[in-house]
Design a binder for this molecule. Structure first.
Ligand code: SAM
Length: 282
């Protein structure tokens, strides 16, 4: 289906990106679209209320978040079909990127409503661009699962990907996640991008081992983790103790000894039989 957004009489939903910290990153176009909207749907009416009042915009708001996205989407579609101009904003950055909005977009398209994205900030891209890691190909994963066994499985599935990997994480899980990443992905180059665009913006570039040993008390605020993709190369300088502890960590995380040895062999490119031997001798 071809859609000429600005040359057709069809209703048009605007998905508007908003700042991820620094309000100076609100674009003139985003302000214009929100100022001209009849209705603004948003993830959290209090957050968006504050943003709008900073820019002297006063509009009717309707809440559309993960838990009511279907019902609220119907209301938005009704308003659009009545000829109203409607914009959707999430709490920060782009709607639909680890935020609600995708179901709304789908329902709009099903109702013959066009969609236009209004450009703006995004935490994943800022982190990737300044991480110093390869940016020609990347894979955005967003949040890993909160449940450890599922998180470890997700990381195992990502293990072979060659693209740079991008994750979102919250401060209360950051250390566990970094330990799991080191255990499964090995000591790859990585970068924690913290508090982007804000006063305390910080980039921590190091191997996953070193990152997993950082005092979590010093890792507060919002964070993106960028990790080097699989190099498909021999992991340098792994000694027998490290090999044994990698196997032990994987077994502790729920793998059978056989699968753990297989995984460590894949990470280190060290022969399975050799790992088996040193693991069982110790
Ligand atoms: N829609 C947003 C976007 O386009 O980036 C992402 C929203 S998601 C619910 C929130 C997560 O994004 C945070 O937990 C963090 O991982 C990341 N994030 C958002 N703002 C950030 C910032 N200023 N600095 C670092 N990470 C940020």
């Amino acid at each position: 289906m071809r859609s000429l957004n600005f040359e057709s009489k069809k209703p048009l939903l605007y998905l508007v990106a908003t700042p991820i910290g620094n309000l100076d990153e609100m674009t003139p176009r985003a302000i214009e679209v929100l100022s001209n909207a009849d209705l603004i749907a948003c993830e959290d009416t209090r957050n968006t209320g504050k943003l709008l009042s900073f820019f002297d915009i006063s509009k009717p708001l309707i809440s559309l978040r993960e838990h009511n996205e279907m019902e609220a989407s119907d209301k938005v579609v009704k308003a659009l079909l009545e000829g109203k101009s409607v914009a959707y904003v999430s709490d920060a950055g782009y709607p639909c990127i680890s935020d609600p909005g995708a179901r709304l977009a789908k329902v709009c398209l099903e109702n013959n409503i066009n969609i236009s994205a209004i450009s703006g900030p995004n935490a994943a891209l800022n982190a990737l661009v300044a991480s110093g890691l390869a940016s020609d190909h990347f894979y955005f994963h967003g949040f890993l699962n909160a449940k450890e066994s599922v998180r470890l499985e997700e990381l195992r599935e990502l293990f072979k990907r060659k693209e740079t990997l991008i994750f979102y994480e919250s401060p209360h899980r950051i250390q566990k996640t970094l330990i799991d990443m080191f255990t499964i992905l090995g000591d790859r180059k990585a970068c924690i991008a913290r508090e982007l665009t804000k006063k305390h913006e910080e980039y921590i570039r190091a191997g996953l081992k070193e990152l997993s040993e950082i005092d979590p008390e010093t890792l507060k605020g919002e964070m993106v983790i960028v990790v080097e993709g699989s190099l498909g190369e021999l992991k340098p300088n792994v000694n027998n103790d490290e090999i044994i502890s990698m196997v032990e960590n994987l077994v502790e995380s729920g793998l059978s000894t056989k699968d753990a040895i297989k995984q460590v062999s894949e990470i280190t490119r060290i022969n399975k039989n050799y790992i088996y031997k040193i693991f069982h001798v110790n």
